[in-house]
Structure formats: C-alpha cells, structure tokens
Design a binder for this molecule. Structure first.
Ligand code: SAM
Length: 283
C-alpha cells in the first residue's frame, strides 16, 4: 500500500453487511486514497468513515438521481478518483449504481470493482443448498398476484433461487413458496455477520409456522433449493397451475399456463380441476 493518490476513475467498493471487521484491506486503502465517495445515504457512510478514521467529501447518489447529478459525477471522474459505496454490501447488487457504471464505461473512464461482502453469497455458502447453479432474484414483488406470477415463472429454473426479503413479509413469502414451489428445501439466513446471525432450513410450511410463532427481526436472505426430479415434467406444470389458482379460476389458470408453456389449454384445464383443492377454494 502507498499514500500516492489513486488514478482518476470510478472505484466500486464493497463494504461490510453488519460486521465492520469485514472491510477488506483494499477497500480501506481505496477509501483512504480516493478524492470523494458517492453513496446512498451520507449518514450511513459517515459511520463507516468514522470507524476507519477518515474524512472525505460524501456525494449522495442513487439510481433516482437526476441525469445532471450523474453527469456531474462522471465529469468529476475525469480527474478524480471517485469511490461508489452502498449502505452495505456490494454496490449494484439490489442497490444503486448500474446507470453510473454504464455512463462511466460509455465515456471510456476507468472502472474498477473491489470484491467484498454480499449478503446473497454469504447466505448461499451457509445454507447447505446446492450452489453449483444459483439464480439471484433480488426482492420479490410485494403484491400477492405479482409475487405468485414471479414464483411460477421461476419454478422451472433448475437452480437454487436466492431472494432478499424483509422480516415483515417473510411468512407471506414462505407461504407463497409453499404454494408455487412445493417440496423444495428452503433456507432462511438472517442477520448475517451480526450478533444474532442464524440460518434455519426446512420445508417452506415448517419455516412459515416457525416464523409465525417467532416473528423475525432484522435482515433476511431467503433461498429455495432446485426442483427435484419428481418436480420436473408434469409436476412442474402442477406447480404453475397451483400458483396461478391462488388468485384465479381454473380456466384462467389453465389459459395462463398454456400461454407460458405452450401446452394444450384443455388438458391443462382438466389437470387444474384435479388440482383445485390445492389452490384457492374461492377462486
Ligand atoms: N448490496 C447488498 C448486498 O450486496 O448484499 C444488498 C442490498 S439490499 C438493498 C438489502 C437486502 O440485503 C436486505 O433487505 C436483506 O434482504 C439483504 N441483507 C443485507 N444485509 C444482510 C444481512 N446482514 N443478513 C441478511 N440479509 C442481509
């Protein structure tokens, strides 16, 4: 490490997701030597800088920042080293930054990314779920119908699914997973790297019952293992029909799944009628 100033450009710096000891040597060095830091919330980043005993200009930036704000940042990067951090973890991963990176690349500016903590990766390594293939799906939609549709779409993906979720929505989402992805192994990773870290595994039904009895607090990553062999083929279609019938009548569910899968609508309707007790009895 050296005290020399950094070359101009954009430095994407991952920061801890709870335990400040997880800051990397390179992240601390870059934050020490950069000219300014673009961040989501200046109060949150000021806390990290106090921990590192640093004083730097903090420029607020997120993906809702105006085009003019982004232009000003890009112009500054022509002769300054600008670090980009988010409130926690790796910038751009369910966090602001991609528009800024795209603009910097279009301008031919130097872009460097410093690896470090990300809740999705920490959770995946803790879960014991297969990780040779995984799909990071970010936050699920909040509305029931949109969430069910997204899960039905993901039901076919032959990989572990990784979601970010809030404590207050966890039980509802576990119930939606039980309906759309029946039989999956699920893991809930909570408060990672912090004092009350836990990783709990089981069926979505059991985990929904546990967290109904013990309402969770803090930050959460939710994972669903890949579909088993029994879930391939026809059973995959069953999952899609069951998820669609949470909100829609069998005929509408059959039409949706026919459109998504290209399968015969009449045959799907017949199967939906057989499966109806699993769906919403009111639909
Ligand atoms: N960019 C961050 C990253 O790389 O992990 C994620 C930012 S996203 C806005 C915040 C979400 O990440 C939280 O709502 C939660 O789902 C997850 N998360 C962040 N820190 C966490 C932690 N310590 N334990 C569990 N989940 C966490």
């Amino acid at each position: 490490m050296t005290d020399e100033p950094l070359a101009p450009g954009l430095y994407i710096v991952a920061t801890p997701i709870g335990n400040l000891g997880d800051i990397t040597l390179r992240a601390a060095d870059t934050l020490t030597r950069c000219d300014a830091i673009a961040c989501e919330d200046t109060r949150v980043t000021a806390k990290l800088l106090r921990h590192l005993n640093l004083h730097k200009p903090l420029w607020r930036y997120d993906d809702h920042s105006s085009e003019d704000d982004r232009r000003r940042l890009i112009d500054a990067m022509r002769d300054k080293a600008v670090a980009l951090v988010s409130d926690a973890g790796t910038p751009l991963i369910s966090d602001p930054g991609y528009r800024l990176v795209r603009a910097a690349r279009e301008e031919g500016l130097a872009v460097t990314s410093l690896p470090g903590p990300s809740a999705a990766i920490v959770a995946l390594t803790l879960s014991g779920l297969p990780n040779d293939r995984f799909l990071f799906a970010g936050f699920l939609p909040v509305k029931d119908k949109a969430r069910g549709d997204t899960l039905a779409e993901l039901a076919r993906v032959p990989a572990t699914l990784v979601f970010y979720e809030s404590a207050q929505r966890l039980v509802k989402t576990l119930e939606a997973i039980a309906a759309a992805l029946p039989g999956r192994d699920v893991a809930v990773a909570r408060e990672l790297t912090k004092l009350h870290e836990e990783c709990r595994t089981g069926s979505p039904q059991d985990l929904a019952a546990h967290y109904t009895a013990h309402p969770p607090k803090g930050e959460i990553v939710l994972m669903a293992g890949p579909p088993g062999e029994a879930e391939s083929g026809e059973t995959d279609v069953d999952a899609l029909l069951i998820a669609a019938m949470v909100h829609d009548k069998p005929s509408q569910a059959a039409a949706q799944v026919a459109k998504a899968s290209g399968l015969d609508r009449k045959a799907l309707y017949a199967r939906a009628m057989e499966l109806k007790p699993h769906g919403n009895p009111k639909a």
